[in-house]
Design a protein around this ligand. Structure first.
Ligand code: EPU
Length: 417
C-alpha cells in the first residue's frame, strides 16, 4: 500500500515556517548542467520526488551527481547517452527539459514523448516548433522525439501560447546557438528569471527574462556556476492557505512576496488577514472567508498551481464563488474528492461553481496529482474529524516534508506506511 497522510482536523495552526526552494526552478537548473562540461553547484535543491527523477535522468545521460552539506553538484563532463527513456519521461513530464540542452551541446537528442497526464493533454509542440526554428531537424520515431543539429542558429521565435518549460527549453538551447535569438510571447514566471540568472552566471547573454520578450545572444561555450534557487511560491501559497483555512496565525518566511501578488490580492478579497513584508507573510485566518471569483492565467496572473488550494478555501466561504481554469483542461479532479468531505462544487468544462459550506467533514480521500493532494491536505486540516489522504506520493513529488512543516505549526498530521 502506498503511504498516506492521516490528519486530525480543526487545529488552528500557529508559528513560523520557512519555505524551500522552488521545484519548478530546480528542475530546469538541473537540466542546465547538460550545457557545460564544468560543474553546476546548486545551494538549496529541495529533496523531492521530481528532483530525484531529474537526477536519475541526468545520471543516465552521463552526469556525476553529488551532495555535500546541502549543496548539490552536477557535472556532465561528456554526454554519454542522449536518450531520455520513456520510463522516466512518463513519470515526470519536466524530463522534456533535457531536450534543448542536449541538442544544443551534443547535437542529438532522443526524448520520449510525454503523452497525456492527470491534468491535461499537455503537448510539447511549441518546444519542437521553436527548436526547428533554431535549425534542429525534428522527427518523431517510435514514440520518441529525435532532434539533430550541427550548431543551432539564432532566430526570432513567437510561440502560439505561453509555455513555461517551452520558454526554458528554448532559452537553454539558444544560449549555445550561433547568433541572437528573440523569444516572443515568452513565459514570465519567476522560475524563468531564476533560470536566466543561472545561465547568465554560466556565461550566457540574456536580456528581458521575466518579460514577454527575451533576447539571447548565443555563445560557443558555457562554464560552471554556483546558484541559489528561488523560493517556492506555490509551497509558500499552500502554507499561507493552511494558516487561513485553520483560522490560525502563521508567519511564512524565506519567500518572495512579489511572486505571490495575485494570490495575496485574492486572499485579501476573501477577508484573510495578511501582513506582507518582502520575504515573509503573516496570515491570520478569518472566522469565515468571503466568496470570490478566481481565474487562472500565466504569471503574473493567478497560478494554476494554486487553483486547487484556493478552491478548498472558497469551499468554506460565505457565499458562492466561481473558479475558472484556463491553463489545463482537466484540473478539477480535487473537486470530486472535496465533495466527499462535504464541499458543494459543480464543475462544467473549465468552470467550477462553489457554494460555500460552514465546515468540511473528515473522510478518506485520494490524491490524483500534486496540487490536488495539497488541496486535500488543506481540507483535512480544516475538517471536523479525521481525514486520510492516500496516494501521498503525488504530494512528495513537489513538497518537501509538508507534514513535518505543518506538524511544526501544531497540525495533527502523521504519515502512515
Ligand atoms: N502547451 C501546448 N504546447 C506546448 C506547451 C504547452 O499546447 O508545446 C499547453 C499546455 O498543454 C497547457 C499550457 O500550454 O495547456 C501551458 O503549459 P506550460 O507549457 O506552461 O506548462 P509546463 O511548462 O508543462 C509548468 C509547470 C507546471 C505548471 C505550468 C503552468 C514545471 C516543471 N511545471 O508546466 O507545474 O502548472 O507550468 O504554470 O515548471 C506543478 O508544479 O504542479 C505543475 C504542474
Amino acid at each position: 500500500m502506498p503511504a498516506s497522510l492521516e490528519i486530525e482536523g480543526g487545529v488552528p495552526l500557529r508559528g513560523t515556517v520557512p519555505v524551500s526552494a522552488a521545484k519548478n526552478a530546480a528542475l530546469p537548473a538541473l537540466a542546465a548542467a547538460l550545457l557545460t562540461s564544468e560543474p553546476i553547484r546548486l545551494a538549496n535543491v529541495p529533496s523531492l520526488g521530481d528532483v530525484r527523477t531529474m537526477l536519475t535522468l541526468l545520471e543516465t545521460l552521463g552526469a556525476e551527481v553529488s551532495r555535500d552539506a546541502g549543496e548539490l553538484r552536477a557535472r556532465v563532463t561528456r554526454v554519454e547517452n542522449a536518450e531520455a527513456p520513456y520510463e522516466l519521461v512518463s513519470t515526470m513530464r519536466a524530463s522534456v527539459l533535457v531536450l534543448g540542452p542536449l541538442v544544443a551541446r551534443h547535437g542529438t537528442a532522443r526524448v520520449a514523448l510525454p503523452g497525456g497526464c492527470a491534468i491535461g493533454v499537455r503537448p510539447i509542440d511549441q518546444h519542437l516548433k521553436g527548436l526547428a526554428r533554431l535549425g534542429a531537424e525534428i522527427a518523431i520515431e517510435n514514440g520518441y522525439v529525435v532532434a539533430r543539429a550541427s550548431r543551432l542558429k539564432g532566430t526570432r521565435i513567437m510561440t502560439d501560447l505561453v509555455t513555461v518549460t517551452g520558454t526554458e527549453n528554448l532559452m537553454m538551447a539558444a544560449a549555445l546557438a550561433e547568433g541572437t535569438t528573440v523569444l516572443e510571447n515568452a513565459a514570465r514566471e519567476p522560475e524563468i528569471t531564476d533560470l536566466a540568472d543561472l545561465l547568465t552566471a554560466m556565461g550566457a547573454r540574456i536580456q528581458g527574462a521575466g518579460t514577454a520578450r527575451v533576447e539571447i545572444e548565443g555563445v560557443p561555450e558555457l562554464s560552471g556556476a554556483t546558484h541559489r534557487i528561488v523560493p517556492d511560491r506555490i509551497e509558500a501559497g499552500t502554507l499561507i492557505i493552511a494558516g487561513a483555512i485553520t483560522q490560525g496565525d502563521v508567519t511564512i518566511t524565506d519567500l518572495v512576496s512579489d511572486h505571490l501578488s495575485a494570490l495575496l490580492a485574492k486572499l485579501d478579497e476573501c477577508g484573510v488577514g495578511l501582513e506582507v513584508g518582502p520575504t515573509r507573510v503573516r496570515v491570520r485566518g478569518p472566522e469565515r472567508p468571503r466568496a470570490a471569483d478566481v481565474i487562472t492565467s500565466p504569471f503574473p496572473g493567478f497560478p494554476t498551481d494554486m487553483q486547487a488550494q484556493i478552491m478548498t478555501l472558497l469551499g468554506l466561504a460565505d457565499g458562492q464563488s466561481r473558479v475558472t481554469e484556463t491553463i489545463f483542461e482537466n484540473r478539477f479532479m480535487h473537486a470530486a474528492e472535496l465533495s466527499r468531505m462535504g464541499a458543494q462544487i459543480e464543475t462544467e468544462g473549465s468552470t467550477a461553481m462553489i457554494r460555500g459550506v460552514p465546515f468540511y467533514q473528515g473522510a478518506p480521500v485520494m490524491a490524483s496529482d500534486l496540487r490536488a493532494s495539497a488541496a486535500l491536505v488543506l481540507a483535512g486540516l480544516a475538517a471536523r474529524g479525521r481525514t486520510q489522504v492516500s496516494r501521498v506520493y503525488h504530494l512528495d513529488r513537489g513538497y518537501e516534508r509538508l507534514e513535518v512543516k505543518l506538524g511544526s505549526l501544531g497540525a495533527r498530521i502523521a504519515r502512515r506506511p
